[in-house]
Design a protein around this ligand. Structure first.
Ligand code: BGC
Ligand code: BGC
Length: 636
């Protein structure tokens, strides 16, 4: 059949690509749907947080899914008790009238990061710097095995955000500001999470998020949090931020996150939408909607973008899930919120607290006709089709032998490789790096050199992350000691020393944060960090600075005093990977996936903004097996 150009542009993509669901599975789902009551259908559309679920309600209400929020862990927090917790809910679902399997969801955004003892991979900004889809595929697979080990088959990842303003607290969740790089890395991660096929025993359903343009919001456009609403905000009180959170508000918290993206439709389509196109092509079957708005309209109620663009034009046949309490934010009247969101095309609602209220509300809407029966059937058909595609109806449990995969040596070796490939060398005067494997001792300064939590960042064991030994791993200091020998590494947490050193390495970290809590107006170094730098500068010939950061920091004024600068991002549990590169066992090969702004005046990035370094920059070294350094590359 020939088509005129006009026909072409209006063609529904779904008509062109085959359904991701087999004909037999579609028949199975249609038959099952025909036997479901309205209550059972609404149950499938409901996703509470595990701490809110009352005993018996999973079976009684036929709940479709349960999630753990960041830090929603069992006690004790071990892989084994995670498995017991999840398996019990799956078993309970199996006693419901129709025995529809429950799917459990977690934020496995850099490894199975809520689980103590899991392998923690670098956050996405670091993986972006590797520019290495094959690595992402392998990380996806390793993550899937660790997630599946705990009987979980759904990870709320990858974020395909394109952070445009690095003051955003979720910048590190994005691989890059560039949509092509994000598309290729996210697609590879999705393939890794899937493995051989969606119905294979260790596939994990990715959630591509946050639809759409979450990374394009304008400073000051977020209204979610202010001092008055703070005390009554249940989500934030769970995070137990207390006074420290109030202080963060003064530094810019919640200025960007969940705000409004005022980009044109052309920009939305050409850039922010394109990773979704790529993800669907890679087989994605779930998309999470963003808290944010586009041109003043919240995505959670956006019929055009969810139903017409995502499900229509892009041909997405999987299901769409809301973000945590995202539906509630549509307005003051909860019933209205539910009607608007479901009618916009929301298929499952991450409630997460008062699911009885959600169920009552959607039941009223369905009975009064404000939400059509066909819309509910469409939502449930999508959810069941994905569960069927994952093979959950045949066997809702994974193999308990997978528990041996959690934090395994093999996965830690992969994370170590990822860390090595993610480091970006931005300055290296006199080839101070890599460090000499022999000779006098190295001064390592700063508490952050020996802090697992600081190098893992947010979304590690708890939502915000935290300092200290939050999970087993290797700190950067421990890695350096292993590489150079303990007697050749002197650690000074506060930078004071009695003697002079040929080389001083200062490790500086951002305090761990997540989401809007990490929105910041000031990306400069703190006064304490500057003082530490000064002390070390005075006691060493050459100064190397290593930043543990969720985004580029503003360092133009300090840089001239430094001989070398390394961006190590948020490398995760395997600090040995940092030492491998600093000491020359692995080359520096990472390249920036973001522009590095020259000053605060250059934020947000816009045409004409000045950069200290640009996307793609990064010095490349070769492996030095002998004494001294071997810089072979120039600025790319
Ligand atoms: C975040 C999502 C996350 C969800 C579940 C939300 O606050 O925006 O990225 O997947 O919570 O924890
Ligand atoms: C986060 C959850 C977290 C919760 C409470 C949400 O916004 O996404 O993962 O557990 O807040 O702290």
């Amino acid at each position: 059949m020939t088509q005129s150009p006009t026909d072409q542009s209006s063609t529904d993509q779904s008509a062109l690509s085959p359904s991701p669901f087999s004909a037999a599975d579609q028949r199975f789902v249609a038959e099952l749907l025909g036997r479901m009551t309205l209550a059972e259908k609404i149950g499938q559309m409901t996703q509470p947080e595990k701490n809110s679920v009352k005993p018996g309600d999973v079976a009684r209400l036929g709940l479709g899914s349960v999630l753990s929020g960041g830090g929603g862990n069992p006690e004790p927090n071990t892989a084994q008790s995670w498995r017991s917790m999840v398996a019990a809910l799956i078993d309970e679902a199996h006693t419901s009238r129709l025995q529809i399997p429950l799917i459990y969801g977690v934020d496995a955004v850099h490894g199975h990061n809520n689980v103590v003892g899991a392998t923690i991979f670098p956050h996405n900004i670091g993986l972006g710097a590797t520019h290495d889809p094959d690595l992402l595929r392998r990380i996806g697979r390793a993550t899937a095995l660790e997630v599946a080990a705990t009987d979980v088959r759904w990870a709320f990842a990858p974020a395909v955000s394109l952070p445009q303003d690095i003051r955003w607290g979720r910048s590190y969740e994005g691989y890059s500001q560039d949509h092509e790089l994000v598309s290729s890395l996210a697609s590879a991660l999705i393939e890794g999470l899937r493995g051989d096929a969606w119905n294979s025993a260790t596939s994990v359903l990715p959630s591509v998020k946050h639809f759409v343009a979450d990374g394009a919001t304008d400073w000051g456009s977020s209204r979610r949090v202010d001092r008055r609403t703070l005390a009554s905000d249940r989500t934030l009180s769970i995070a137990q931020m207390g006074q420290s959170f109030v202080d963060l508000l003064d530094l810019g918290a919640w200025q960007l996150d969940q705000g409004d993206a005022s980009v044109t439709e052309a920009t939305l389509r050409e850039t922010h939408l394109s990773p979704y196109r790529a993800a669907i092509q890679a087989g994605a079957l779930n998309v999470m909607v963003s808290y944010s708005s586009w041109l003043g309209q919240k995505l959670h109620g956006h019929h055009h973008l969810i139903s017409e663009v995502l499900k229509g034009e892009l041909g997405f046949e999987g299901f769409v899930v809301s973000d945590w309490e995202g539906v509630d934010q549509l307005g003051a009247d909860y019933d209205e919120c539910v009607v608007q969101s479901i009618n916009a095309g929301m298929d499952m609602v991450m409630v997460p607290f008062d699911y009885q209220r959600f169920i009552a509300s959607l039941t009223r809407a369905a009975q009064s006709g404000r939400v059509a029966q066909t819309r509910i059937d469409d939502a449930v058909r999508r959810i069941l089709s994905v569960k069927r595609a994952l093979g959950l109806f045949g066997n809702p449990h994974t193999d308990p032998a997978l528990l041996a995969q959690v934090g395994s040596d093999q996965h830690r070796a992969l994370a170590r490789e990822a860390v090595s490939k993610s480091l970006v060398l931005l300055k290296n005067d006199g080839d101070v790096l890599p460090l000499s494997p022999t000779g006098p001792a190295l001064l390592v300064a700063g508490i952050d050199a020996d802090d697992l939590g600081a190098q893992c960042g947010g979304w590690t064991v708890s939502w915000m992350g935290g300092r200290g030994p939050v999970t087993p791993g290797t700190t950067i200091l421990a890695g350096l000691r292993a590489s150079l020998g303990s007697d050749r590494v002197v650690h000074s947490p506060d930078g004071h020393t009695e003697s002079r050193f040929p080389v001083g390495l200062v490790v500086l970290a951002e305090e761990p944060y997540a989401e809007g809590m990490g929105d910041r107006s000031d990306l400069g170094l703190t006064p304490e960090q500057m003082a530490l730098l000064e002390r070390v500068r005075a006691n060493c010939e050459r100064l190397v600075v290593l930043l543990l950061c969720g985004r580029p920091l503003i360092v133009s004024e300090q840089l001239p005093q430094w001989d070398a600068l390394v961006a190590a991002w948020l490398p995760g549990s395997e600090g040995q990977g940092v030492a491998d590169v600093l000491c020359g066992a692995q080359p520096f090969s990472g390249r920036l996936s973001f522009d590095w702004p020259a000053s605060h005046a250059d934020l947000p990035r816009r045409p004409g903004s000045r950069t200290l370094f640009a996307l793609g920059d990064g010095l490349v070294t070769s492996v030095s097996l002998t004494v001294g350094s071997a810089l072979d590359g120039a600025d790319e």
